[in-house]
Design a protein around this ligand. Sequence first.
Ligand code: HEC
Length: 91
Amino acid sequence: MLIAVTLVAAPALTMAASPPGAASCLGCHTVNAGDNPVPPIGALSAEQIVSAMQAFRSGSRPATVMDRVAKGFSDEEIKAIAQWYASAKAK
Ligand code: HEC
């Protein structure tokens, strides 16, 4: 039990205090544009990330993987993640 908790809690990043789930986005997304085919999300505002996630979740925006990713998060979690990414860009 303790091992499972430790694995989930151990941040793969050194960025401080990311909300639950935010680190999973970084498995595919970078904050800034780089050598990566997945669009960076650091340039988006919190509102843009929230509306994109809601559109992916509802299916109104076509996606290859983000529809499935978005379904795993509640509105509150999406908001916290979006705000964290939006503030990460300012650094
Ligand atoms: C499995 C890889 C993967 C993961 C994990 C992932 N994404 Fe994505 N994301 C993509 C891809 C690929 C796209 C392009 C749309 C598509 O094909 O689904 C995308 C598109 C987006 C967009 C739209 C970007 C734009 O420029 O309009 C946003 C916002 C986004 N993702 C947010 C997130 C957030 C927030 C998380 C974490 C909760 C996340 N993604 C996790 C692969 C991923």
